[in-house]
Design a protein around this ligand. Structure first.
Ligand SMILES: [Zn+2]
Length: 142
């Protein structure tokens, strides 16, 4: 499933370190796909992607698409930001449950007129910065 892309005319304030292992994740995100690793032994997914399965310790994995829809478990608006994120403040971050399976933290995109609340429906999006992608969740409403 292809993610919507939000163009951001800026560079990422704290760009991720891309390793040989995580490069497939960032390449897929750049193409609008949200992926992670799935164990080839016990077939469980983990996020963030992991070289070794935390459930059965297998080092055999494959890249799979993640669910992209879910709901907001918690959220906050940050006014006193770390120095590197100060130009973005205030901004909203949240903890998102994707299809009830994966819980992750990420920035939230809140369209004008949409109220953020626990339980709001969300959909993952790509934030396409000038120097590369990041992921976020767009709040769709309660
Ligand atoms: Zn496993």
């Amino acid at each position: 499933m292809t993610l919507d892309v939000h163009k951001v005319v800026a560079t990422r304030p704290y760009p991720p370190r891309v390793s040989t292992f995580t490069k497939p994740f960032w390449s897929a995100l750049n193409e609008g796909r949200f992926t992670t690793t799935q164990c080839r032994e016990c077939h469980r997914q983990t996020f963030p992607p992991k070289l070794v399965c935390p459930h059965c310790w297998s080092d055999k994995y494959e890249w799979v698409d993640m669910p992209v829809e879910g709901e907001l478990y918690s959220w906050t608006r940050i006014h006193a930001a770390p120095a590197v994120f100060q130009p973005l403040a205030p901004y909203v971050v949240g903890i998102v449950d994707l299809d009830g399976r994966t819980r992750l933290a990420c920035p939230l995109v809140v369209p004008d007129g949409v109220q953020v609340s626990v339980g709001s429906k969300v959909r993952m999006v790509v934030m396409a910065f000038d120097d590369g992608p990041l992921f976020a969740a767009r709040v769709l409403g309660a």
